[in-house]
Design a protein around this ligand. Sequence first.
Ligand code: 6GU
Length: 247
Amino acid sequence: MSADENRPLRFDVLTLFPEVFEPFLRASMPGIARQKGLVSYHLHDIREYSLEKHHKVDDRPYGGGPGMVLRCGPVFRCYEAVRAMAEPAGRLIMLTPQGKRFNQDMARDLSRSQRALLLCGHYEGFDERIRQGLPVEEVSVGDYVLSGGEAAAMVVLDATVRLVPGVLGHEDATSLDSFAEGLLEHPQYTRPPEFRGMSVPEVLLSGDHARIQQWRRRLAEERTRARRADLLQHESEETETSDEQTE
Ligand code: 6GU
């Protein structure tokens, strides 16, 4: 409710591979958002917070077994240093397949916050005391295993940035997107009107906006029913329980 509200959304990424984020953050929507001054990105190399020689950050698991575990020390020190670099504390999102499944509602929520810290693990996992001792929210991007949290952090960041007001040229586009209304997107066409025997549906060339809207809605619903019936189920559950949270 103060000037703070207009500060850019600050992302701090805590990772063993800061360099993989750089081209991603320059390109496309994340790059545009930064150019517009609506978000800022700060990359932090967890390795720099290791006290070991060679900046070692992992070790063998107690009890034996394959793979290596990310140690507490570097992660705690990195978090504490990064936390102190700015206000407010922000949310600490730990990317892990054990987390809550990321979705559009979580992206919208984050896009309205002032600061997000994205903690990316690697190796077989995090020392469990990172979960115990730091205020992490664990987030997963789907039911498959990535070799590290970096690709997942980029998913979270991209989905969030494009919802920050002013990032898209036309704010309408977000409400028409897949999921914003709980539906998959309707089919889209652009020039030419005929390509290798395939035509653009006549209604889209008609200039009749009411008919076009009807057609798009119908196709979005049909497509959702055919491909993601679970979303329609989800939608009706939400309208039953969401009266306290309107915009
Ligand atoms: Cl967030 N991290 C890793 N390593 N694997 C994943 C994931 C995250 N989400 C799905 N698979």
